[in-house]
Design a protein around this ligand. Sequence first.
Ligand code: HXC
Length: 298
Amino acid sequence: MDIAKLMYRDGLLAGERILVTGGGTGLGREMTEAFLKLGATVHICGRRPNKLDETAGELMAAHGGSVVGHACDIRDAEAIDAMVGAIWADGGALTGVVNNAAGNFISRTEDLSINGFNAISDIVFRGTFYLTHNVGKRLIAEEKKASFLSILTTWVWNGGPFVVPSAMSKSAINTMTQSLAVEWGRYGLRFNAIAPGLFPTDGMSARLSPGGRGDNSSDQMNPMGRHGEMHELANLAVFLMGPGAEWVNGQTIAIDGAGYQASGGNFFQSLAPLGDAEWEQMRSMIKSTNAKDKADRS
Ligand code: HXC
């Protein structure tokens, strides 16, 4: 990210304590950098300890401050409880949570196994709830305010052909956002979401456009002729997490150059024409990425 393009004054987030799930890589890392630069203490979690250490080290070397990594698979509610307990023990309540961790891969839905469906929905649908629920209960008990932000997609409004487990799960988190904004608003807990268009990251490209296929939102298709820049996403995330706009609650805000309005922002046009051989090839490319990531977890 071009850190000079952050819109905010230094120190804006001083005293904030924010957990970013999936904060070691991709969009999570970018938001972590912005929060850190603006003075927050940032906790990051993920399944690959080496990535967390690397990110924490690099960001603190660049900006000072404190980034703390936690190896935690959010599919495991007990692991979440242990991590959140450790965060509380090390400085007290969180003031913010960014539900960013996700899993996804393109597949014809008829080709999905139940395990494949569960691999995605256990992370996005269940894991996001487990974490939100765990942190929310602690905050309510301690009468502390906080901001929760979930990273979704515009598919929560129009569906996601060829990414059905992700689209279903993120739609559920959109519903959680709207529901808890109302139910827990009285506790000073607020819930918003961002629906990003294309902000290319390694994890996403390897699973959603392996070998360049399935490029649903190429720069040419976007009304503004480009993809998103990381500082744009970070500026919106800071706005929603920081002090000064606390009455924004229950909203899901797209940041996609109006790609959703122009073309629906989904995969139908690019993937519907593909045949068995092309799907087989993509599946093996995605699985080799998954295997590489898995090796990093042990
Ligand atoms: C069919 C597949 C598959 C594929 C995996 N599976 N890849 N099936 N096609 N391409 C099946 C496996 O065969 C297995 O089922 C089951 O899924 C679990 O596979 P594992 O590799 O054991 O899963 P796991 O190690 O738990 O990994 C979870 C994952 C992986 C979701 C599959 O992709 C992951 O860790 N992703 C995290 C990072 C990520 O996805 N980032 C991109 C997010 S992008 P069987 O039946 O064989 O046992 C995103 C953006 C959305 O969310 C919005 C964009 C605009």
